[in-house]
Design a protein around this ligand. Structure first.
Ligand code: IPE
Length: 264
C-alpha cells in the first residue's frame, strides 16, 4: 500500500492573483487532475488556498484579526467565497475523472490564537478508506481566543500530514521554490534546505497576507521534524507537481531535517 501524500495547491495557482482575475486556471488544473488520475496510485489529500476573491474579501473585512476587529458580515462573506471556490475545484476534479470529497475546514478544525488545537479527522479518514480524495482548503474557522479567524491551507497541510503520517507534502506555488538573495544581490533557487539554511536565507519576496514563503517554510519544518518530506514546486508547471508526487527529483526546493544528520 502506497503511503499518503498531501498536495497543497496555492491560491495563486488556482487563480492569477497578480492580475486580479478570479477565473480558475482551468486548463492547468485539468492537466494536474487528469495526470493525478493517470499517474498516481496512492492515497492523496488535497488542500487548496484561497483565490483572488477569497483573499480580497478576507482582507477587506480583516477577518484574520478576529471578532473584535472584524465583523460577522466579513466572516459570512468570506465563508461564501471559500465555498464557491471549493465547489469549482471539486467540479473540475470530478470532470477530470477524480473522486474528491469536500471536507470544510471551518467544520473540521478549531483554532486557538490562529493555531489548530483540535480537529475532527474522521471525514478525512473515512473518505480515504473509500478511495476518495478528501479536499479541504484555507477557510474561516472559529477560534477559542479570537472568536473566529482565517486558517491557511498551509497550516492545514502541515497538520494533516503530521497527524495522518503522510510521506510527503507537495506545495504547488507560483514560483520555482525558495528564492534566496545571495550576498551579490542575485536571486537563486535553493534546491535543498535544512532548518539552519532556512534561518540564514534572505528570502526575496514581499510577505503577502498569509506571511509569504518564509512563513510557509518555517511552518513546513514542523512536518519535516515529524518525518514528512516537504517539496515546494512551481504549480504552473504540472510536470513538476506530478513528478514530485511520484517521488522524482524535480526542480524545486526540498526541505530536509538537517544536513549533518543526513551525512551520519
Ligand atoms: C486563504 O487560504 C483562506 C482565506 C483567506 C479565507 P491560504 O492562505 O491557504 O491561501 P493561499 O494559498 O496562500 O492563497
Amino acid at each position: 500500500m502506497e503511503r499518503l501524500q498531501v498536495l497543497k495547491i496555492g491560491g495563486s495557482v488556482l487563480t492569477d492573483k497578480r492580475s486580479g482575475s478570479n477565473e480558475l486556471r482551468e486548463g492547468l488544473l485539468r492537466e494536474v487532475f487528469s495526470r493525478i488520475r493517470d499517474e498516481l496510485a496512492g492515497p492523496l489529500v488535497l488542500v487548496h488556498g484561497g483565490g483572488t476573491e477569497v483573499h480580497r474579501v478576507a482582507v477587506e473585512y480583516n477577518v484574520a484579526a478576529g471578532a473584535e476587529r472584524s465583523s460577522t458580515e466579513g466572516l459570512a462573506r468570506t465563508a461564501l467565497e471559500v465555498r464557491r471556490l471549493n465547489l469549482k475545484v471539486i467540479e473540475l476534479m470530478i470532470s477530470s475523472g477524480l473522486l474528491p470529497f469536500s471536507v470544510p475546514a471551518s467544520l473540521a478544525f478549531r483554532t486557538t490564537g490562529g493555531r489548530i488545537k483540535s480537529a475532527n479527522l474522521d471525514p478525512f479518514l473515512a473518505s480515504l478508506e473509500h478511495g476518495l480524495i478528501p479536499v479541504t482548503c484555507g477557510d474561516v474557522v472559529f477560534d477559542r481566543e479570537l472568536g473566529f479567524t482565517v486558517l491557511s491551507g498551509d497550516s492545514i497541510a502541515v497538520y494533516l500530514a503530521t497527524k495522518l503520517r503522510a510521506a510527503r507534502i507537495v506545495y504547488a506555488t507560483d514560483v520555482d521554490g525558495v528564492l534566496a538573495r545571495d550576498p551579490d544581490g542575485r536571486t537563486r533557487l535553493v534546491p535543498l534546505m535544512d532548518y539552519e539554511t532556512h534561518r540564514r536565507t534572505v528570502y526575496t519576496e514581499v510577505p503577502d497576507a498569509t506571511g509569504g514563503m518564509a512563513a510557509k517554510v518555517e511552518e513546513a519544518f514542523e512536518a519535516v521534524e515529524a518525518g514528512v518530506e516537504v517539496v515546494i514546486v512551481n504549480g504552473l508547471r504540472p510536470e513538476r507537481v506530478i513528478g514530485a508526487l511520484r517521488g522524482e527529483r524535480v526542480e524545486g526546493t526540498y526541505l530536509v531535517r538537517s544536513f549533518s544528520s543526513k551525512k551520519s
